[in-house]
Design a protein around this ligand. Structure first.
Ligand code: UDP
Length: 469
């Protein structure tokens, strides 16, 4: 107990929605295991979190262990969008303009100043911020890397330098985009030279994050045994502790949520009035954007399918200047006929767990994929970016719990896939395997399961770092 009480972890996620949720869940789980946790946000995101959640979905409410929040500036002007297109800009700004504040904070916490918590004894940094790992280690604080994508994606990223070396990347212009190539991350397909900034970024952070003491991955042995064993050949101490939102260790309260947008809960009441498994839930996560044309193809395909649908249309989902009055009146018309609901941001985990939801049309973000999997909801995948092409291929070809639209979003494809996922024998088959996968994944996060056990080992590892050698 002595070591536990003196254990203090600082968790530093990359400031994006898909990174915040799962790392906050980890924070909450560690706090429940009697570890002090400081969660480091950017000021920009922390303000948004407080505005959107009124504080009540963040951990630290009610009795029990608490997670303390700290914030540092991300270095970008307040009016600058922090979207997918700006990922590299945000990364560069964090490296150049936030690392000093991060270092100062660590120095401060290393001394145990403030008196409320013991000295920081471990850092868990997002694996795409190697500078956070290096600075911690320089200060004598052991660092672990949390990687938010699937193990298969992390492994694919590991292979990029080799593919560059062998000349298989970048893919020569005019090359036949056969099936395996279509399943590569978007930035691999789009790179025109070996100096492509996104390709370089991913390869570099992946190689670099291996300097950490351990990897923490939000996946489980059942889902990705071979990718995990490939990763372990390079990074022997790799903890597969996912899906974190389903891993409950001792605490029975709902897992923490950190939404950057305010959740519109009216859709839950609407779902309450719908028949079982009748509604298509549509959401493309926090980053993906689409053109007006793509939006209209989706909309018309969904309407053509004859199914009711609930669609999360974030204020910035449509490319700049793409929004029209026609779209507004289409949405209102569908609402009046009770065919569809559109919200700006949904309580997604609750929606996916709702009995009225029959399938999930998704951009295949890893968090969304795990959330759908745990609820046994079949997916229709329209992968947008980065690891999402890999996730959608695993969903459709390996786990067989969904359909992959790949790059197309014509209305006829949308319509056909909704029918296939919701009606007839193919739909029954999908639902059966989605249910079996849900059971296996849930087992791994329960006592006796592999993720549950890995989490216990991770806690022991973290606590051992607090003991003087
Ligand atoms: N999410 C949500 N409400 C929405 C849409 C998304 O709460 O209306 C959450 C979702 O549950 C998931 C996260 O936002 O935890 C999105 O992460 P993901 O990895 O799926 O995609 P990204 O946003 O990183 O592309």
């Amino acid at each position: 107990a002595g070591a536990a009480a003196s254990t203090h972890v600082l968790i530093f996620p990359f400031p994006a929605q898909g990174h915040l949720n799962c790392m906050l869940q980890l924070a909450e789980l560690l706090a429940a295991a009697d570890i002090h946790v400081t969660f480091l946000n950017t000021e920009y995101n922390h303000r948004r979190l407080l505005r959107s959640s009124s504080g009540n979905s963040l951990p630290g409410r009610g009795p029990g262990p608490k997670v303390q929040f700290r914030a540092i500036a991300d270095g970008l002007p307040d009016d600058r969008a922090r979207s997918a297109a700006r990922l590299l800009e945000l990364d560069a700004s964090l490296r150049a303009r936030s690392s000093q504040a991060y270092r100062d904070l660590l120095v401060d916490l290393r001394e145990g100043s403030g008196g409320r918590a013991p000295r920081v004894t471990c850092v868990i940094a997002d694996g795409i911020m190697p500078f956070a790992i290096d600075i911690a280690e320089e200060l004598g604080i052991p660092a672990m890397a949390f990687r938010t994508p699937s193990a298969s994606s992390v492994w694919a990223y590991y292979c990029i330098p080799k593919l560059l070396q062998s000349g298989e990347l970048p893919i020569p212009e005019g090359a036949d985009l056969d099936e395996p190539i279509r399943g590569l991350p978007s930035f691999c397909r789009e790179a025109r030279s070996s100096d492509d900034p996104m390709l370089r970024f991913v390869a570099e952070v992946t190689a670099h994050s291996a300097r950490a003491r351990a990897f923490i991955l939000n996946t489980c042995e059942h889902l990705e045994p071979s990718a995990l064993s490939s990763i372990r050949a390079r990074m022997p101490v790799t903890y597969a502790v996912g899906p974190l939102h389903a891993l409950r260790s001792g605490s029975e309260s709902a897992p923490a949520r950190a939404s950057l947008w305010r959740e519109d809960r009216t859709c839950v009441a609407w779902l309450d009035g719908q028949p079982e498994r009748s509604v298509v839930y549509v959401s493309f996560g926090s980053f993906a954007v689409m053109s007006r044309k793509q939006f209209l193809e989706f909309w018309r395909g969904l309407v053509g399918s004859g199914r009711r649908f609930l669609w999360v249309v974030r204020p910035d989902l449509i490319e700049e200047g793409g929004w029209t009055d026609e779209m507004e009146s289409m949405i209102e018309g569908a609402r009046d006929r009770d065919r569809a609901r559109v919200v700006g941001w949904a309580p997604q985990r609750e929606v996916l767990g709702h009995r009225a939801v029959g399938c999930f049309m998704t951009h295949s973000g890893w968090n969304s994929t795990l959330e759908s999997m745990v609820e046994g909801v079949p997916m229709i995948c329209w992968p947008f970016f980065a690891d999402q092409q890999i996730n959608s291929r695993f969903v459709s070809e390996v786990w067989r719990i969904g359909l992959d639209m790949k790059d197309t979003c014509e209305r006829s494809t949308v319509e056909r896939m909704v029918r296939e996922a919701m009606e007839g024998d193919a739909a029954d088959e999908l639902r059966r395997s989605a249910k079996a996968t849900a059971e296996a994944v849930r087992k791994s996060v329960e006592e006796g399961g592999s993720s549950f056990a890995a989490f216990q080992r991770l806690v022991q590892h973290i606590k051992s770092l607090a003991r003087p050698n």
